[in-house]
Design a protein around this ligand. Structure first.
Ligand code: 48N
Length: 324
């Protein structure tokens, strides 16, 4: 396809968008090329335009009331997902869709969720996914170019922003971004439940990320907690908190050691990550690139199909564990 031409998938997406606008014809003002009437009416009238009145405390209460009600509601939750990268977001989408009855709490250390999936690789914008991961793109409605054994999303941010929008719109999913998981809540295994000295994960310990990053220069900034019977950890292999949960399992002597991510082998890496997404210790499922640190899987480099499908599998595992 020549550069600049739009693919059949993109044509389809554009036609769908245009037909939606046409259906809303009553809302569309004449001669405004498709903007809806309320917005179109503002244009050209900026001299008489002004915002409705407000008091600063009203804005403060609008934010704090909701945030602290959410914190209260999510102090006890059904499933925590640590990390809102491509794997964590795919897990949240799948869980939120399959189990609207479950309360799902996403904890993301960055102000901006999305992890490494805002760019395709070496800061280039297009994102490659190998089939059959195009099934996830179709599911969430991300247009792509079909190039045979793989597909290409024109900008990685289109994938991440679409999945993020779908997840944030779900009533049973709450994202706490700029918030780090800085420890795991544990319970000793019941008699006969597992090895002596083993633990079950029963939730996460959190703090605002900027606080978590300054424990060395401030004392006693104690954390908050979220109790949950199931935790999915998708903290990746990069960044200040990468592979957080598996490193903590080693320091808690629940894992002998990490095998460490191996060199890049695109062909092998992605199958291994998806197939090995699993419950590592009771109550804790690990997916995405964090998993490569445990198993010594190869890295796959700039292809994201395994992240999406590892997230789908992590969701499936979480439902299995939750329903036990
Ligand atoms: O994107 P990442 O880092 O992780 P994944 O597994 O979702 O996707 C990995 C993918 O981006 C790649 O690395 C690609 C495929 N490259 C592979 C290769 O070979 O190089 O997202 C992890 C998210 C980030 O947003 C972190 O901020 C967040 O997890 N995070 C945490 N959030 C809260 N508490 C923590 N302790 C924490 N640690 C990480």
């Amino acid at each position: 396809m020549s550069p600049g031409a739009i693919s059949p998938a993109q044509q389809h997406a554009q036609l769908a968008f245009a037909s939606k606008k046409a259906k809303d014809a009553t809302a569309v003002a004449e001669g405004t090329d498709g903007l809806t009437k309320p917005l179109a009416d503002l244009m050209g009238n900026w001299d008489t335009f002004s915002f409705a009145p407000i008091r600063e405390s009203t804005v403060s209460r609008a934010m704090t009331r909701r945030y602290f009600a959410d914190l209260d509601a999510h102090a006890e939750t059904d499933i925590v997902i640590i990390g809102a990268g491509s794997c964590g977001l795919s897990a949240a989408y799948t869980l939120g869709t399959l189990r609207p009855d479950l309360r799902i709490t996403m904890i993301e250390a960055g102000v901006a969720p999305g992890g490494g999936a805002w760019l395709g690789g070496q800061l280039l914008s297009a994102m490659v996914m190998r089939k059959p991961a195009d099934a996830f793109l179709r599911e969430v409605g991300v247009p792509f170019d079909d190039e045979g054994d793989h597909v290409v999303v024109k900008h990685a941010a289109l994938f991440t922003s679409t999945v993020l929008a779908r997840v944030l719109a779900m009533d049973n999913v709450k994202l706490f971004n700029a918030t780090a998981v800085e420890d795991l809540i544990t319970r000793p295994m019941e008699e006969g439940e597992g090895e002596k000295g083993g633990v079950r994960i029963a939730g996460v310990v959190t703090n605002w990320t900027l606080v978590s990053m300054h424990h060395d220069d401030q004392s006693c900034m104690d954390p908050n907690t979220v109790n949950a019977p199931v935790v999915i950890s998708t903290t990746g292999h990069d960044g200040p908190f990468g592979a957080f949960s598996v490193k903590r399992l080693v320091s808690m002597k629940q894992l002998e050691q990490l095998q460490g991510m191996r060199g890049l082998d695109m062909q092998r890496a992605e199958d291994a990550i998806v197939k090995n997404t699993r419950e590592i210790v009771p109550g804790l499922i690990v997916g995405g690139m964090e998993l490569s640190e445990i198993d010594g899987a190869n890295r796959m480099g700039p292809t994201f199909g395994a992240m999406a499908l590892s997230g789908v599998k992590a969701a499936e595992e979480a439902i299995r564990v939750f329903d036990l």
